[in-house]
Design a protein around this ligand. Structure first.
Ligand code: GDP
Ligand code: MN
Length: 375
C-alpha cells in the first residue's frame, strides 16, 4: 500500500466519526434546548393550573406559512384565546428564525419548534430504495394523488408511526393535529381536551372519507395477517363495521380524515398500535405502495378501541379542501355560532362514511340528512 493512501483513509475515518459525534451531540443539544425552553415550561404551567396536558401539533413545511397563518387565526379566535393551549410545530427541516418570529407573534401561548429526528423521516434498512423508486415512476399510476411523491410517503409514514414519539410531545396526554390551509367555523365554548379526558375518549374526528384502493392494495391483507397472529388486541366492542361491510372480509375504504385529529397520545404508544405499526412498516407498503396515515390510523382505531372511545366532533365545523364538516343539525349550528353553510356539509353525503358511522354508533341523524345522502 502506498503510504499517503493509508493516511488518507485513516483521516477520512476520523473525520467521518467526528462528524457523526458532532451531529449526534448537536441533535441532543437541540432537543434538550427545545424541550427545556418551551415544552417543560408549558407542561409545568398546565400542571399548576390543573389543566389537561394537551397541545396543538402541526407538521408543516416552512414554505406553507401563508396558508398556515389563517389556520392559526381561526383556531385561536374560535377556541384557543379562551383556553390557552400551547402549540408545537415540526418539520423535517429546521425552521428559520423569521418563520418562528412570525408564528410567535400570532400566538400568545407557549410555542415550540422542532426538527424531526432523521431516523423518523428516512428509509429503514429493509427497504429496497431502487424498487421503491421504480414503483413511484410507474406511469400507469400517475392519476393517483401523490403516487409519484417520495416526500409524501415519508410524511404518511411519519404521521402513522412517529409523530407521537417526537421529544417535544413528551409528557403530553392529548394533541390536536393541525394542517395549514384548513379552517374551523364554529365557536368552541368548551375545553375539548378536558372533555376528551372527562369522557375517557381516545380518538376524535370531524370528517370521514373513502381511500383510493390503488394506494393500499395489501394493507387489508397485512392487517388480517397481523390480527390472526395477535387476536388479543382486538377490542371486544370495536368499530369494525365502520371499516368493513362484511365483518372483516374486505375493507370498505372508509377512514377518518386524519388531517384533523384530537386524540390521546397513549393510544399510539399502546402495545397494540406499536406492534401493528412495526408490522406494517416491515411489510414495506409505506414505500412500495402508498399507504396513507388515514387508513392506518382508522383501521387501528376501529379494531383496537371500544367504540365508545371514539368521538365525532360535529360542532367544530372544519374545512380541508375539498370537504367541509358543518353541523347539519340546525340547533348545533346555531348554538356554536358557526359561519359555514350547513347545506355544504359533507357528513351525510354518498362519498362520506358519515352515515355508516352514525349507524354503527347508533347515533340519531339530523332531520333532512337523507336529502344530503342523495348527493
Ligand atoms: P394532503 O392533505 O394529503 O393533500 O397532504 P398535505 O400536502 O396537506 O400534507 C399533509 C401534512 O403534512 C401537511 O401538514 C403538510 O404541511 C405536511 N407535509 C407534507 N409533506 C411535507 C414535507 O415534506 N415536509 C414537512 N415538514 N411537512 C410536510
Ligand atoms: Mn392537507
Amino acid at each position: 500500500m502506498i503510504k499517503g493512501e493509508s493516511d488518507d483513509s485513516y483521516n477520512n475515518l476520523i473525520t467521518s466519526v467526528s462528524n457523526q459525534i458532532n451531529s449526534l451531540y448537536n441533535d441532543y443539544i437541540t432537543k434538550l434546548y427545545e424541550y427545556n425552553n418551551s415544552t417543560s415550561e408549558a407542561l409545568d404551567a398546565m400542571e399548576e393550573d390543573n389543566k389537561v396536558k394537551a397541545t396543538f401539533f402541526c407538521l408543516v413545511r416552512e414554505s406553507e406559512i401563508d396558508s398556515l397563518l389563517p389556520t392559526i387565526r381561526t383556531i385561536q379566535t374560535r377556541f384557543n384565546n379562551k383556553f390557552g393551549y400551547p402549540w408545537i410545530f415540526v418539520s423535517d427541516e429546521e425552521f428559520s428564525d423569521n418563520f418562528k418570529e412570525i408564528i410567535r407573534d400570532k400566538i400568545p401561548q407557549n410555542v415550540s419548534f422542532g426538527v424531526i429526528p432523521k431516523e423518523h423521516w428516512s428509509y429503514p434498512d429493509w427497504i429496497d430504495q431502487k424498487k421503491a423508486e421504480e414503483i413511484r415512476n410507474d406511469k400507469s399510476m400517475s392519476g393517483i394523488p401523490y403516487f409519484n411523491s417520495e416526500s409524501y410517503r415519508h410524511m404518511c409514514r411519519y404521521e402513522s408511526g412517529f409523530f407521537y414519539r417526537h421529544p417535544l410531545l413528551n409528557g403530553y396526554e392529548y394533541y390536536w393535529r393541525v394542517e395549514p390551509d384548513t379552517q374551523i367555523f364554529c365557536d368552541l365554548d368548551y375545553d375539548v381536551f378536558q372533555w376528551m379526558k372527562d369522557n375517557d375518549k381516545k380518538y376524535g374526528f370531524t370528517l370521514t372519507m373513502r381511500e383510493f384502493p390503488a394506494t393500499i392494495p395489501s394493507l387489508w391483507s397485512s392487517t388480517q395477517t397481523f390480527l390472526k397472529e395477535n387476536p388479543q388486541y382486538i377490542a371486544e366492542d370495536n368499530l369494525l363495521n365502520f371499516i368493513s361491510n362484511d365483518e372483516g372480509k374486505t375493507y370498505n375504504m372508509c377512514h377518518f380524515w386524519t388531517n384533523f385529529e384530537i386524540a390521546a397520545i397513549d393510544f399510539w404508544e399502546s402495545e397494540a398500535y406499536s406492534k401493528y405499526f412495526e408490522f406494517l412498516d416491515h411489510n414495506g407498503g409505506f414505500f412500495y405502495e402508498r399507504w396513507g396515515d388515514a387508513p392506518v390510523h382508522s383501521i387501528a382505531v376501529s379494531y383496537f378501541l371500544n367504540k365508545d372511545k371514539i368521538h365525532f366532533f360535529q360542532e367544530i365545523g372544519y374545512y380541508h379542501k375539498p370537504n367541509l364538516n358543518c353541523p347539519y343539525d340546525i340547533d348545533i349550528w346555531k348554538h356554536y355560532n358557526c359561519s359555514c353553510i350547513r347545506q355544504n356539509d359533507f357528513t351525510h353525503r354518498k362519498y362520506s362514511c358519515g352515515n355508516r358511522y352514525f349507524d354503527v354508533q347508533g347515533l340519531r341523524k339530523p332531520d333532512g340528512w337523507d336529502k344530503m345522502a342523495a348527493i
